[in-house]
Design a protein around this ligand. Structure first.
Ligand SMILES: [Zn+2]
Length: 432
């Protein structure tokens, strides 16, 4: 995934501490370097770890709790009640561990998260070895961890103080929810708080027709214009969704270097719409991929997001030539890294970059025969094909075995918590 799109056949990567020291032919690398540990690469493709630019990791615990409902029914009768009753730091710890397990298993090495109790998220990431940007969520309503916007900004400041500079894999950021759950002053106050820490912001922008209408009615203009008008884009911004930008708004995203995170499964499942990704890429917008939360996906599988991103553009435009395999693989790796502001550190296998890389096994039946590696990675590969995962030079999964997460414990804790949630929802819906 370097500028030239180099593919090394029978290649090797040498890692020193947490950085890529050399990359080239296996023969040269093995002749020049000796290593404490060598990962076998027979029938395996080595590529940069995948970047999940938008997630609500702990929502894995609400996976499948309710599906196929209208957004407001789903939120008001299932998600919000379950969150109000059950989301505490323990829920977030268990749900985030479950999510990290799933993401590592599927080859994701970096994620940008937005949920409650960010300290609990950061502690899990610290232990399991992934790389993450973790948002302190800011929302002007009573949430599981704050009373209102002011309170959530104050708590966000505390989170920043505790986690900034503590672990190079963890970037604490602010996550204002959206311009229909925060007003202009609160959005500006959140940006000001983020600027005080030189921290980026992750936010939902232009996700649904509802938001478009709300923004027009409330601010007299569509969302992106509104954010521009209040100076919100003066700091780095990771914008999830951006399904409904107007033609006039796309150049603002380019000029302000806003990273757009496309979440095709969520956009389809909640029927938010089809994001004009082809137009945004052509205009020069930085675009990455995300899974959104597992309650609206229902997994954290970026291989599926790559396929759907491409398929959705092709059928929407009735043009099979748009969104090639290379384009979506770039969105899941280097493009995503650039969109979230980490393009100099991760996203490609190049000397001096962080050693975040994965191995994908190519000897399963669906990979036989292989004519083109990139075609197979996008159109065939599943999470189960990922065999080994390295983040920051440390092996997190080796030959399918999870090395940093106690999967038995996490599965047992998740099932126990899910049983309580299910019983409570049953009780609640019976009472209504
Ligand atoms: Zn989201």
């Amino acid at each position: 995934m370097d500028d030239a799109g180099t593919v090394h056949v029978n290649g090797a990567v040498a890692i020193d501490e947490n950085l890529i020291l050399a990359i080239g032919s296996a023969e040269d690398i093995l002749a020049e370097y000796s290593a404490a540990e060598v990962l076998d690469g027979k029938d395996r493709i080595v590529l940069p770890g995948l970047v999940n630019g938008h997630s609500h990791a702990a929502m894995t615990l609400l996976r499948g709790v309710a599906d196929d409902l209208a957004l407001m029914d789903w939120l008001n009768n299932y998600i919000f009640p379950a969150e109000v009753e059950f989301v505490d730091s323990e829920f977030v710890r268990i749900g985030t561990e479950l999510a990290c397990w799933e993401m590592i298993r599927g080859g994701t090495t970096t994620f940008v998260d937005m949920y409650y109790y960010p300290d609990a998220i950061a502690e899990v990431v610290d232990r399991c070895g992934m790389r993450a940007m973790i948002s302190a969520t800011v929302i002007d309503q009573r949430s599981p961890d704050a009373e209102n916007a002011d309170d959530s900004i104050q708590k966000g400041n505390g989170f920043m103080e505790r986690w900034q500079g503590r672990n190079s894999r963890i970037t604490p950021i602010f996550g204002p929810h959206a311009n229909y759950t925060l007003n202009a002053e609160q959005l500006q106050a959140t940006r000001k708080a983020a600027m005080a820490f030189s921290a980026p912001i992750s936010i939902h922008i232009s996700e649904s027709p509802f938001e478009l209408q709300y923004s027009q009615d409330t601010y007299g203009m569509p969302s992106i214009e509104m954010y521009e008008s209040i100076g919100f884009f003066e700091g780095p911004t990771i914008a999830a969704h951006v399904v409904w930008p107007t033609k006039e708004e796309i150049p603002i995203l380019v000029e302000r270097k806003v990273g757009v995170i496309h979440n095709p499964t969520s956009n389809m499942k909640i029927a938010s719409g089809i994001a004009p990704i082809t137009e945004m890429l052509a205009a020069g917008v930085r675009v990455g991929l995300g899974t959104d939360g597992a309650a609206s996906n229902n997994d954290l599988d970026l291989w599926e997001e790559m396929r759907l991103a491409s398929l959705l553009q092709k059928v929407d435009r009735m043009d099979p030539e748009v969104m090639s395999a290379t384009t979506v693989l770039t969105m899941a790796t280097r493009g995503g890294a650039t969109a979230i502001g980490l393009g100099d550190e991760i996203g490609s296998l190049e000397v001096g970059k962080r050693a975040d890389l994965i191995q994908v096994e190519f000897d399963d039946v669906h990979h036989v025969p292989t004519y083109d590696v990139v075609s197979h990675l996008v159109w065939v590969t599943d999470e189960q094909d990922v065999t080994s995962v390295v983040v920051d030079g440390k092996i997190l999964m080796k030959d399918g075995a999870m090395l940093t997460i106690d999967t038995e414990r996490v599965a047992a804790e998740s099932k126990a918590l899910a049983a309580r949630i299910q019983a409570a929802l049953k009780q609640r819906n019976k009472a209504q």
